[in-house]
Design a protein around this ligand. Structure first.
Ligand code: AKG
Length: 257
């Protein structure tokens, strides 16, 4: 078993205070290349039947998004379920965590579309909202030029803001005037580095102005014991869950406790 990624008590405290953290060189060398290839192949397969000349919705213009690769793509599975990543999520949150889902997020070259400021958890069919977290892994270098992530520190404490419509974004301060005056922090990442954010922390990614694809995969965790709140979501829609039902079982494996 690989050693745990080193995390200091100061880093854990910073994550809990700010609602995000940057972790460098989490995946390196051959492992990084294998992960990148596996995700690229999966995205190619998932998008193979799409007409590249179709009229894209404003949401599709933000990025190519392929949700929950791991159950369908055996080459991706060991990376997404990697206990070393799960333990990062568990140590930062201080909780036992289950996988919620993964999604590849590929920002196409010269699309001009930004990922608007938003919180994640309000979109998810979960009754508990405070401790979900995403490990966002750069599979290639992510820079200001090609759309790396930015965060508004401390905003994970704002639990009552209506979800932002990503397809028709409003001005952040109209949606969340509480965030006025908070200075965004932008995290450029070398490939294999990642950011981790609480699902309630406001975050943003700029447009991809480069000639290459911005390739990232986000792996999302939820505390063990998270229960279902009926709301449309591609991962839970086929499962016919009852309100209050625990999200567990083979689609939501316990990855670290
Ligand atoms: O990759 C992006 O552009 C945005 C990612 C995001 O919003 C997330 O991982 O929660």
């Amino acid at each position: 078993m690989q050693d745990d990624y080193p995390l200091t008590p100061q880093q854990i405290a910073a994550y809990q205070r700010d609602g995000y953290i940057q972790l460098n060189d989490v995946i390196t060398g051959d492992q990084l290349e294998a992960f990148r290839n596996a995700v690229n192949d999966a995205v190619k397969q998932d998008t193979a039947t799409q007409d590249p000349n179709r009229q894209k919705s404003s949401y599709e213009q933000i990025f190519i998004q392929c949700v929950n690769l791991w159950p369908r793509h055996p080459a991706v599975k060991p990376f997404v379920l990697d206990p070393r990543l799960g333990r990062i999520a568990a140590r930062l949150s201080g909780l036992s965590v289950r996988l919620w889902h993964d999604h590849a997020l590929f920002k196409e070259p010269h699309t001009g579309a930004k990922t608007p400021w938003h919180q994640d958890t309000p979109y998810w069919p979960h009754q508990q909202k405070m401790h979900q977290l995403t490990i966002w892994i750069a599979l290639r270098d992510a820079t200001i030029h090609n759309g790396c992530m930015s965060f508004l520190p401390g905003t994970q404490k704002h639990l009552d803001i209506a979800p932002v419509n990503l397809a028709d974004p409003q001005d952040l301060y109209a949606v969340a005037p509480q965030t006025k005056g908070i200075k965004p922090v932008t995290c450029e990442l070398k490939a294999g580095s990642c950011t981790v954010h609480n699902g309630m922390t406001f975050h943003y990614a700029g447009p991809n102005r480069s000639d290459g694809m911005r390739e990232a995969i986000a792996i999302i965790y939820m505390p063990d014991g998270t229960t279902y709140a009926p709301a449309p979501h591609p991962v839970t829609d086929p499962l016919k869950l009852s309100p209050g039902q625990k999200l567990d079982g083979e689609l939501f494996p316990l990855v670290a406790n």
